[in-house]
Design a protein around this ligand. Sequence first.
Ligand SMILES: [Zn+2]
Length: 258
Amino acid sequence: MHIACYVLRTNKRTVLVDTGVGPAPAPFFGDMRGDLIHGLSLADVKPESVDTVFMTHGHPDHVGWNLFDGKPSFPDARYILSEADWSAFHDPAVQAAFPFQYVDQTLTPLKALGMLDQIDGETALSDEITAIPAPGHTPGHMVVSISSRGQRAMILGDVLMHPAQFAEPDWGSIFDMDPDQATATRKKLLGRLEMEAMTAAQCHLPHPGFGGWWCAPRAAATGSRWSATRGLYSQRRRRAVASRMTIRLPSLLIRPID
Ligand SMILES: [Zn+2]
């Protein structure tokens, strides 16, 4: 499974969305090892330059690099998680559902370190970036809406986990904690992506995980379809152009980091 995190660079801010699988993930992930810090260095992003670490939700493949050896991996950042997910993942019944422990290594210490901001409801992370509740996958799951000079994008978190769910939004993931609510959220956000012609990014879709959910001329008879983007994406021209891995809005860079 592809697991990506996203770096958002505005003129003033460097926001990391999710921290992926950590340096020593549980057996649940097999041989997969998180490579986030190396990936950031390849993208010329120093951990100290990250001022905000936003967690779409509290699942282990989204919070793994929060800390390393008990120390925050991003020492100058505020870490942000929804209040609902903080509570849910500290519920012993929820923790018991996981065949391994990770909350005490990746989430709990952030509060003691005074580095955690718990949010409730729609919250602006910067002038261009807004966290929006999208519950169902987890109780406090959130997506990230990005707007810059009239261009829009959305990081979907785990609203869906496979491209088939664009066409079949009733199909859930076994990891959806509330399947009915997850389906309702998926349908609502797909409608918004389509209506607002937003670029979408999702960390479990095939690399690099960018695309759009819109009505291409040839697909008019069958309605909208998912169009994966393989390169630099120009929303104005609605097609990919040469380059790799980066969406460039006028004053904002979004890039996935494996
Ligand atoms: Zn996930």
